[in-house]
Ligand binder design. Structure first.
Ligand SMILES: Cc1ncc(COP(=O)(O)O)c(C=O)c1O
Length: 449
């Protein structure tokens, strides 16, 4: 029998809400305790890339569990970790040479910040420590990661604990921070990096971090074609490391191995997580460029980025099995193809009267809702449009992720994130779009009433 919520010892994110108890997953579907089926249209949290319940992964996991689940990376090497690191380097842009295996995105972005700092220390640049990030971004919930994050609602209560990391404007063309239009804007948002570096003092700046295509903070927002080339040049000019936070966009989510590949740029550090294990175990990675590895090798040759579960063989086995599954079934190509289909199917939502923007790459897609598509005026926060659309879709058997309220300085604005598993079929995409269209129609009518 289902336990009453007030006797449930788990502290839920929203204590006023009754959460549906999900029991199992298969392919793109989740099933609750009563047997109701839901399309996992957001892959959990852009995590479930190969689908739920894949037997090959469970078998690989069980085989490794029988051999050894834990080998401490502070003392020993293990084969699955070595193989997974090698596989990630094969997938990454040329020049990336070593990998740290970790347990989650926040741990990984924090580690990237510390690796960047060590690079400068090893080269005698002790004053470089600040990391520049962007507003309307997310890099994790631990304190340094939250300091990087431009998610106002999550930062604000913890400001006293946060680092003094500067933030620049996001490349958010739909609501350009400068009121300009591409291409006559001259990519002013990329220029904001150089202005900020000069303002802060280049001697203090260690790195710049960005999500190549934005996740839940500005779902699906991708900068113009020139953007990352300009960012790369500014980083090189001022001896600043470029960190690509691919916690969501890594391992094929956007239709190429890494999100930054859409711009043909090689960053100095790549962070990835989520889909790396497809949700089968907590796993993340930091990929480090040879120039950083070389600086550390020539210097102290030691780093202290140790965590108990780092590079454990069980998680590494899962990551390796997931990457092999993706490779064998050409699922990155499929993410690109199905992403195009999804955008085509969603196009009909534009007629709903409250859809302002539909955007994304591969199977990372965002939809922004507005009161008036002509003026782009957002709904007031009190209308709760995002949560009502999420609820209306869930009632019809579709899980979607709410984006952050990031219009008008973060006080309102309605966005959702779609990130279904790469194995989704064209029929299932059509069903997703049908459900979403009905949910959006319902909320539009109730808001208008
Ligand atoms: C871009 C990005 N970086 C970092 C994180 C933090 O990852 P985790 O929740 O695994 O700590 C997230 C999580 O949503 C993310 O989207």
């Amino acid at each position: 029998m289902r336990q009453a919520i007030d006797r449930d010892a788990l502290l839920y994110r929203d204590m006023t809400k009754r959460y549906i108890r999900m029991e199992r997953g298969e392919g793109i579907y989740l099933y609750d305790q009563e047997g109701h089926r839901y399309i996992d249209g957001c892959g959990g949290a852009a995590v479930v890339n190969i689908g739920h319940g894949v037997p090959e992964i469970a078998e690989a996991m069980a085989r490794q569990a029988r051999k050894a689940t834990f080998i401490y990376s502070g003392l020993f090497a293990n084969e699955p970790a070595t193989q997974l690191a090698g596989k990630l380097i094969e997938m990454a842009p040329a020049g990336m040479s070593k990998v740290l295996l970790l347990s989650g995105g926040s741990e990984a972005t924090e580690t990237a910040v510390k690796v960047a700092r060590q690079y400068h220390l090893e080269r005698g640049n002790a004053s470089k420590y600040k990391v520049i990030a962007r507003r309307q971004s997310y890099h994790g919930n631990t304190l340094a990661a939250l300091s990087l994050s431009g998610r106002i609602q999550w930062r604000r209560p913890f400001v006293p604990y946060l680092q003094d990391f500067p933030h620049i404007d996001p490349p958010y063309c739909y609501r350009c921070p400068y009121g300009k239009t591409y291409p006559s804007c001259g990519i002013a948002c990329a220029g904001d990096l150089e202005r900020t570096v000069e303002f802060e003092g280049p001697e203090y700046i260690s790195a710049f971090i960005a999500e190549p295509i934005v996740g839940a903070s500005l779902p699906g927002v991708a900068p113009p074609p020139e953007y990352y080339e300009i960012i790369r040049q500014i980083c090189d000019k001022y001896d600043i490391l470029m960190i690509s936070d691919e916690t969501i966009t890594g391992v094929g989510r956007t239709g190429l191995p890494f999100g930054i590949d859409h711009w043909g740029i090689t960053p100095d550090i790549i962070v990835t997580g989520k889909g790396l294990s497809g949700g089968y175990t907590p796993l993340a990675a930091v990929l480090v460029h040879e120039k950083i590895v070389e600086a550390i090798r020539r210097g102290s040759a030691i780093h202290t980025q140790g965590y108990t579960y780092a590079a454990n063989p069980l998680s590494a086995t899962v990551g390796l099995a997931v990457l092999e599954y993706i490779e064998k079934r050409e699922l990155i190509e499929r993410s690109a193809q199905m992403g195009t289909r999804l955008l085509q199917e969603l196009d009909r939502l534009r007629g709903a009267g409250i859809v302002g923007d539909i955007r994304g790459r591969g199977l990372l897609v965002g939809i922004e809702f507005v009161r008036d598509p002509a003026t782009r005026e957002p709904f007031p926060a009190e209308a709760h449009v995002t949560s009502r659309i999420v609820d209306a879709a869930l009632r019809r058997g579709l899980c979607i992720l709410p984006g952050m309220a990031d219009a008008e300085g973060g006080t309102c604005g309605d966005q959702i994130l779609l990130a279904p598993p790469f194995i989704i079929t064209e029929d299932q995409i059509r069903e997703m779009a049908d459900i979403l269209a009905a949910a959006v129609g319902e909320v539009r009518d109730s808001v208008a009433a």
